[in-house]
Design a protein around this ligand. Structure first.
Ligand SMILES: Nc1ncnc2c1ncn2[C@@H]1O[C@H](COP(=O)(O)OS(=O)(=O)O)[C@@H](OP(=O)(O)O)[C@H]1O
Ligand SMILES: Nc1ncnc2c1ncn2[C@@H]1O[C@H](COP(=O)(O)OP(=O)(O)O)[C@@H](O)[C@H]1O
Length: 312
């Protein structure tokens, strides 16, 4: 018998996946809303009934499988006494609903089966209104030592002083936590960038001006992150500093170790860096006449201003 896997949404919502009691005569089993029974109580039910009894409930009264409709939303609704009233085709602002739109966001990839997108009542535009800015991702890419972290800090500082909300996702820092399990192999670098891209997307959706600073050496990985965001909201900035300049800076001594063969697969030495073919901004910095980080930050701020990101 199949096990039921669940997430713990707030209050009385639960998402059921792969409920395999008996074949159900519905095309898609979506969310169910448990009226008057919260998740804790349901766990109690499940224990007291055993899985078979629990699945019987799933099939009967308490949990209603919802047949998805392509053209309009359908949702279980409840009144103030929290009794189920039936299926409504109009949108109750707090009910879980299904439509052709969110059905298309049904995930069936890898280990995530039958996961349905749950729309939030407060949207990006609402958040932006409060913040008086537009959420976006400024994606800094370049060799180690090119000045990504320095520029990210200068930009963040300057925007902050103008009352704009920013957040830096620094490559090194992210590898201390979220991505601590990843190495510098091609596959792990891709996964590193994928996760950073997903977090950046969430931050941008929150209305934040998210600044990422990772080498992100592969074009394909950066393009995949770009594809996660609405058009225009991914601003790729190539910090084009030649290898010899980065190597001369070598603030962490890693180039020296890489040249000595003590660090393997170091970007620019024995691992590739693919510069962008076309990106929003290229910052060329050559030798000692490179622009200061705060002046460079102003270039990016002008871009944001011109493209409307510093107002709601
Ligand atoms: N093999 C190898 N290649 C490149 N860089 C290395 C390596 N090993 C450690 N480091 C240090 O890790 C920082 C790069 O991490 P990122 O997450 O930005 O790299 S990547 O985007 O996944 O390629 C990078 O930091 P920055 O100098 O700030 O770029 C290095 O300090
Ligand atoms: N615009 C710049 N001009 C000269 N030196 C810079 C500039 N930006 C950064 N640096 C110096 O280059 C080194 C690497 O900068 P960092 O921001 O750590 O690069 P990255 O994050 O790309 O590895 C540091 O010593 C920093 O002080």
């Amino acid at each position: 018998m199949a096990e039921m896997s669940t997430v713990q949404p707030p209050r009385s919502f639960r998402l059921l996946q792969n409920v395999e009691c008996e074949p159900l005569a519905v095309e898609k089993l979506g969310f169910v809303k448990l009226c008057g029974i919260n998740a804790v109580e349901l766990d109690g039910y499940r224990k007291s009934l055993g899985l078979y009894g629990y699945n019987a409930i799933v099939k009967s009264k308490l949990l209603k499988p919802i047949k998805a409709k392509e053209d309009h939303g359908a949702s279980l609704i409840h009144d103030s006494s929290h009794r189920c009233q039936g299926i409504s085709s109009h949108k109750d602002p707090d009910s879980v609903s299904f439509s052709g739109k969110n059905l298309s966001q049904m995930s069936n990839s890898e280990n995530s089966l039958n996961i349905l997108w749950h729309e939030s009542p407060i949207q990006k535009l609402d958040r932006q209104e409060i913040l008086q800015q537009k959420g976006c991702v400024i994606w800094l890419t370049g060799l180690s030592g090119s000045g990504k972290s320095t520029l990210a800090c200068a930009l963040s500082r300057s925007l902050h002083s103008r009352g704009k909300l920013t957040y830096i996702l620094d490559g090194d820092n992210i590898r201390h936590g979220l991505n601590r399990d990843l190495s510098f192999s091609k596959e792990d670098r891709s996964e590193n960038i994928r996760r950073i891209g997903e977090v950046a997307k969430l931050l941008a959706d929150a209305g934040v001006i998210c600044i990422t600073s990772s080498i992100s050496p592969y074009r394909k990985d950066r393009d995949a992150c770009r594809a996660l965001l609405p058009k225009g909201d991914f601003i790729e900035v190539f910090i084009d500093v030649p290898l010899d300049v980065c190597e001369a800076r070598d603030p962490k001594g890693l180039y020296k170790l890489a040249r000595a063969g003590k660090v393997k697969g170091f970007t620019g030495i024995d691992d590739p860096y693919e510069p962008p073919c076309s990106c929003e901004i290229v910052l060329q910095q050559k030798g000692s006449d490179s622009m200061s980080p705060s002046d460079t930050a102003e270039i990016l701020i002008s871009y944001l201003e011109k493209n409307g990101y510093l107002r709601a």
